[in-house]
Design a binder for this molecule. Structure first.
Ligand SMILES: [Cu+2]
Length: 156
């Protein structure tokens, strides 16, 4: 499934097909956006997606927001000396024509303090704020991941 891509002001509820047409020409194409379902008590969830920069210029995501969470951070998971940890990134730069994969074990969005518990079938609406103020809205469905999925843990 492929999601995404709307400009500021487009209602999140718009059908994906409509949004795709409306956003033709947006610099970023986002696909496979998803939020793995977590236990209802979870205060932190992860957001994953593939972001393709279709433009001829580098694009920098300087902030990510969601009205469904207190804050959203861009994190990079890394293992150093055998210890896994997550490092907050100030921004996410995507070179012209490049794809960045936000996926388990690497770059991801950290969705912190949900306003309410999210279940499979819910949709997390994320706003990627680009350098210069442009915004791209991403609809990320909450999905129950297959058993055996590697969860990552960290402390805030
Ligand atoms: Cu994280």
């Amino acid at each position: 499934m492929s999601y995404l891509i709307n400009e500021r002001g487009l209602a999140a509820a718009l059908l994906i097909a409509v949004a795709s047409i409306a956003n033709a020409g947006a610099p970023l194409e986002v696909s496979d956006a998803r939020v793995p379902e977590a236990p209802p008590v979870s205060t932190v969830l992860a957001g994953y997606m593939k972001i393709i920069n279709r433009s001829s210029d580098a694009v920098k995501i300087v902030e990510v927001r969601s009205s469904q969470f207190k804050h959203v951070e861009i994190h990079l998971s890394e293992t150093r000396d055998g210890i896994a940890r997550m490092v907050k990134q100030d921004a996410l730069k995507i070179a012209a024509g490049k794809t960045v994969d936000l996926a388990p074990g690497g770059l991801h969005l950290m969705l912190i303090e949900p306003q309410q518990a999210l279940r499979e079938g819910d949709v997390v609406v994320l706003t990627l704020v680009l350098d210069g103020g442009r915004e791209v809205t991403v609809n990320a469905p909450v999905r129950r991941e297959a058993a055996g999925h590697e969860h990552h843990h960290h402390n805030h």
